[in-house]
Design a protein around this ligand. Structure first.
Ligand code: FUB
Length: 448
């Protein structure tokens, strides 16, 4: 094979590895991502998030959002995500002020063979007043390329566009600007077909933004982040038509306990399950303008109310037992003696480790699929100051012992393997605990 061909094959292989993101929460761990709108197109889930970038002197406003472009991600199982790359850049949109770093929360919708990507930004031309406008970029495919329209949508001042197409084919655009606004869209999806109205009856005190409207069983749900206390929580109001009137009905997710000021979400029905896509500053605990997209399952009560979603690290989806399992994204942990710590605080994109530090400390990691072939061994990437013994069980503390891993006293990262004593097939929950004294940091584990 000629050298050039070999180099090309190598480059393709490397780019495939780089674009295949495998994660629990947050789902995107090689860049910051926020404001996720999730849609099902062609039986795949596409996520259209904003793209936060780290602060950089001379770029944008200090200590504020820095957002210059959008990427799109897709998955057919909510576990393995592919980054399709950049789809729209601020300096390639004719009406957007160059270097304004204000490509905030977007949405995307399909109509008549085209994908319409809606995004807010700051315009170059401020004759219509200061503030944000909303524009559209169009593509033949959900992953782009998207061609931006030359001008922003006339009559719309604001941020956080959201589009809904009702059963009768009428499309609606929602956005926020102090209040939440809604208007009909023309068939071309590029112009308003009615004057904007303020959606009344939503809370009047505290910022509201990020509208996301959907319909289920004849109920129209207007969902939105709202600052009721200190930071944003996700709320919803219901009505019997797309422009209301709506009635405040409840909270979907409480404000974050660790102070991330924004939250922004979408709801998605995929393969018989509802999901909440939202964001949190997992990869940037000290600076909440660098956020990351998360997913958790969402359930409806029989009367149509939304059951409150408790944020998890485990997220959703089934982990393949024969691939790396990041147990630091646990489902549950003991009250003390175990925590998720960054592997490298100078490069948080390297991810986390599960640190066990006191006798009996445990964690549970749910939904691991062993399929039909039972593993012979488990490989654990770990390090330890004092040494220790990890026990691996299925189910819970009282579940059968699958493997015991004796960990040497060695602070360098190494792979330690241990025999799997009991045959394992099918879907299992893992229970990992520290037997007796010692300490162990686990980067990941994988069965073979
Ligand atoms: O991402 C920038 C802004 O923060 C969004 O437009 C808001 O919804 C909030 O998440």
């Amino acid at each position: 094979m000629c050298k050039l061909k070999l180099r090309m094959i190598l480059a393709i292989a490397i780019s495939l590895v780089a674009n295949d993101l495998i994660a629990q929460n947050p789902i995107i761990t090689d860049q910051y991502s926020a404001d996720p709108t999730a849609r099902v197109f062609e039986n795949r889930v596409y996520v259209y998030p904003s793209h936060d970038i780290p602060p950089s002197p001379g770029k944008g406003r200090p200590n504020w959002f820095l957002m210059e472009d959008y990427h799109v991600f897709s998955s057919d199982n909510l576990v393995d995500w592919q980054d399709h790359g950049m789809i729209v850049h601020q300096n390639k949109v004719p009406w957007v002020k160059p270097e304004s770093y204000s490509m905030w929360a977007p949405d995307c919708i399909y109509r008549n063979g085209k994908y319409y990507f809606y995004f807010p930004s700051v315009p170059s031309d401020t004759t219509g007043g200061r503030g944000f406008r909303i524009g559209v970029a169009i593509s033949d495919k959900p992953s782009g390329p998207f061609i931006p329209q030359p001008t922003a949508i006339k009559g719309v001042n604001g941020i956080d566009p959201n589009v809904f197409i009702d059963k009768d084919g009428q499309a609606y655009l929602y956005w926020s600007q102090g209040h939440i606004y809604g208007a009909k869209l023309k068939e071309n999806m590029l112009e308003l077909a009615s004057d904007p109205v303020i959606l009344q009856e939503l809370p009047t005190k505290g910022l509201k933004e990020g509208p996301f409207l959907f319909e289920r069983n004849g109920i129209y749900y207007m969902t939105y982040p709202h600052v009721e206390n200190k930071t944003e929580r996700l709320e919803y109001a219901i009505g019997s038509s797309p422009l209301g009137p709506f009635k405040f009905t409840g909270v979907i997710m409480d404000e974050s306990p660790d102070g991330c000021w924004t939250n922004h979400h979408s709801l998605l029905h995929f393969k018989d399950q509802w999901y909440l896509f939202y964001h949190h500053n997992d990869l940037s605990p000290q600076f909440d303008k660098n956020r990351s997209v998360r997913i958790d399952s969402l359930f409806f009560e029989p009367d149509g109310k939304i059951r409150k979603v408790l944020p998890t690290l485990r997220g959703v989806g089934v982990s393949n037992a024969f691939k790396k399992i990041q147990i630091d994204r646990y489902s549950m942990i003991s009250e003390r003696g175990v925590s998720a710590l960054f592997l490298d605080t100078t490069d948080r994109f390297k991810g986390w480790k599960a640190q066990f530090s006191s006798p009996g400390a445990w964690l549970q990691y749910t939904h691991v699929d062993f399929g039909k072939s039972t593993p012979k061994k488990v490989i654990v990437k770990l390090s330890s100051k004092r040494g220790g013994t990890l026990q691996l069980r299925t189910g819970s503390r009282s579940g059968p012992l699958m493997s015991e891993i004796v960990v040497p006293k060695d602070t360098s990262w190494k792979m330690v393997q241990s025999e799997v004593k009991l045959p394992q097939t099918g879907l299992k929950h893992l229970f990992v605990s520290l037997k007796g004294e010692g300490d162990v940091g686990v980067d990941w584990l994988q069965f073979e």
